[in-house]
Design a protein around this ligand. Structure first.
Ligand SMILES: Cc1cc2nc3c(=O)[nH]c(=O)nc-3n(C[C@H](O)[C@H](O)[C@H](O)COP(=O)(O)O)c2cc1C
Length: 166
């Protein structure tokens, strides 16, 4: 893969499209590596850095790994690998080693783990995290949190963006 500048990111992805065309967020805490399909993410500027925020629900197995991670990667897959999105979005790392079973190649010698087959990878350094405050949202949103509780937000500085060369 080849590195591009964070400012070039939106020439390659549409930040609004992640809802219909999800990605996989991966992290390691040094002991375990896991990830989950994400349909929510925000890109912009935070604390004067190019930034991305991902939302990991408290019930996800990935949460304790993201809590112990210094970096995470957002992987956008190529068309031919998009079936893996269904796997990472429906099976939990609690039950299966998704990294081993998914059929993709994990790159483990960079700042964060990512899939070598990705179309584009955004690597982020965790600058901060916080739990969503369900008391702060309007009535239209509060329903998201009625059953299972809130997401944790991981605010990352975008430190590296990689695109596939083919
Ligand atoms: C299209 C799609 C988008 C999703 N977006 C998110 C998300 O942004 N945040 C989240 O916590 N879970 C999201 N999920 C659910 C997790 O990917 C799913 O619960 C996953 O199995 C969790 O894996 P884990 O337990 O190994 O962490 C999404 C699932 C799908 C199918």
């Amino acid at each position: 893969m080849k590195e591009i500048h964070a400012k070039e990111l939106f020439s390659h992805i549409d930040p609004f499209a992640i809802h219909e065309d999800p990605a996989i967020a991966l992290a390691t805490d040094g002991k375990e590596t896991n990830g989950l399909t994400i349909g929510w993410a925000e890109y912009g500027v935070l604390w004067s850095k190019p930034a991305a925020t991902v939302y990991v629900h408290k019930t996800r197995y990935s949460k304790h790994i993201f809590d112990g991670a210094e970096y995470y990667a957002i992987c956008y897959l190529k068309e031919e690998n998009k079936d893996v999105l269904g796997y990472f979005g429906s099976v939990s790392g609690r039950d299966e080693n998704k990294m081993e079973k998914c059929g993709l190649t994990a790159v483990t010698d960079d700042l964060a783990p990512y899939f070598a087959e990705s179309k584009l990878v955004v690597i982020c350094r965790v600058m901060g995290r916080n739990d969503f405050d369900p008391d702060s949202v309007d009535a239209g949103v509060v329903g998201w949190y009625a059953r299972e509780g809130v997401h944790t937000l991981y605010h990352g500085e975008i430190v590296k963006v990689l695109i596939a060369e083919d």
